[in-house]
Design a protein. Structure first.
Length: 121
């Protein structure tokens, strides 16, 4: 799973793909649970991680940066729950209104992640 070179360790692309898929699934599940329950109790990844960019390598010669939140947006839009990006944006704005007024300690990175997700639309 790890490749060791003279001065560093690298992760094999298949491991990165697997972890990315799990992370996207977890974030989407947290968003769906927040919408259904109006509770931030189940938000773990959204609160504890800043989900800006994911670096992965498609080819040994070239590093590719793909915004992780773009993958989340694509997954959310592909679900039948949201008709289109406009419906998703409306729901995300409702979530931001719900989060408004909660303490930064309680939210962690969640508000920033939702704002950045809206910017992806």
């Amino acid at each position: 799973m790890l490749e060791k070179s003279a001065s560093s360790l690298t992760i094999q692309p298949v491991v990165i793909e697997y972890v990315t898929e799990r992370l996207v699934n977890q974030v989407c599940q947290e968003i769906f649970e927040l919408i259904q329950t109006n509770s931030i109790d189940k938000m773990q990844v959204l609160r504890s991680h800043r989900l800006n960019k994911l670096k992965y390598t498609d080819d040994a010669k070239e590093d590719v940066y793909k915004p992780l939140l773009t993958l989340v947006k694509n997954r959310l839009c592909s679900e039948s729950y949201f008709r289109n990006e406009i419906a998703l944006a409306e729901q995300l704005n409702q979530i931001l209104l719900f989060l408004d007024g909660k303490s930064a300690l309680e939210l962690g990175y969640a508000a920033d992640n939702f704002q950045n997700l809206i910017l992806q639309l």
